[in-house]
Design a binder for this molecule. Structure first.
Ligand SMILES: Nc1nc2c(c(=O)[nH]1)N[C@H]1C(S)=C(S)[C@@H](COP(=O)(O)O)O[C@H]1N2
Ligand SMILES: [Mo]
Length: 269
């Protein structure tokens, strides 16, 4: 049989029987279908998301996602723009970062009266949660790099709850009148509203986006964001809002403290 040159980027199929080729084509067709399904994830609604996110994990991703990523290198690299994982490090390399940024931390923290306010879209009342409510969610630890746009970075060990687990337990992110569809944006701000960040929903649901209550094995100090801060290691430190007061949902990009001062709204790296 005539040997065709192998096109760039295609698997070497020159030794395959026609049966193998048919199997491969079918596998590719299926993984493409599965991938397209995931691309429509934002239309999947919270029911679909909570199903997906409650699947057993492989490498920190829900198994169905991981399988799609493994199934097709080319498509997965496209999808990985959103779902790649930030590198994790040995815990022994963790250090305590400098305190950087005190906007929104001006008032003394009253840990007794602090509540996390979760504001659904539309007219619904805010739900108030305690730190114990967040600590009752599955605890996740990770050692990742905190990168500041000022040019420094440091490895930190964090403990907290996945934002996705929080939303699965408190499904308050639905659109008004369409509770099965997720709002496309999340807005977080300090209790006094002086520091605020916006996230797209895919970033909020990323498996390494945590509502953190511990840094390097200790409860957060006030200046590092007690009692609860955001950590999202695919983005710069400016998005890691300390002392979360309110989480709200939005259909438009929420205002963002540093985006208003000229930085990139997404601030991914
Ligand atoms: N409330 C609040 N959170 C904030 C900031 C801030 O000014 N106020 N600064 C951000 C910036 S720019 C960085 S780099 C990180 C630093 O976190 P650290 O102080 O725990 O090192 O916090 C982020 N979260
Ligand atoms: Mo920063």
């Amino acid at each position: 049989m005539k040997q065709n040159p192998i096109p760039e980027g295609e698997p070497d199929t020159s030794a395959s029987s026609s049966h193998d080729l048919a199997v491969q084509a079918e596998a590719r067709r299926r993984s493409r279908r599965a991938f397209i399904g995931l691309g429509l994830g934002s239309l999947l609604g919270i029911g679909g998301w909570s199903w997906l996110l409650s699947r057993p994990e492989e490498d920190g991703l829900p198994a169905p996602l991981r399988r799609v990523l493994d199934a097709n290198g080319q498509l997965s690299s496209a999808y990985f723009k959103q779902t790649r994982l930030a590198p994790e490090f040995a815990r022994s390399r963790a250090r305590t970062p400098r305190v950087n940024g005190r906007y929104g931390l001006e008032d003394p923290l009253d840990a007794e009266t602090w509540r996390l306010r979760v504001q659904p879209l539309g007219a619904g009342p805010a739900q108030e949660l305690t730190l114990a409510d967040i600590q009752a969610l599955p605890r996740v630890e990770m050692t990742t790099e905190l990168k500041c746009i000022e040019g420094w970075s440091l490895i930190v060990h964090w403990a907290g709850a996945r934002f996705s687990d929080f939303l699965a337990r408190y499904p308050l992110a639905g659109l008004p009148g369409r509770p099965d569809e997720l709002a496309p944006f999340v807005a977080l701000r300090t209790p006094n509203g002086k520091y605020y960040v916006g996230l797209d929903m895919a970033s909020a649901l990323h498996p390494q986006t945590l509502l953190c209550y511990e840094m390097n094995g200790q409860p957060l100090t006030a200046s590092h964001g007690a009692p609860l801060r955001l950590v999202t290691p695919l983005k710069y430190g400016i998005k890691h809002l300390k002392r979360i007061g309110t989480i709200a949902f939005a259909t438009q990009r929420p205002s963002d403290f540093w985006a208003e001062r000229g930085y990139d709204w997404d601030s991914g790296h």
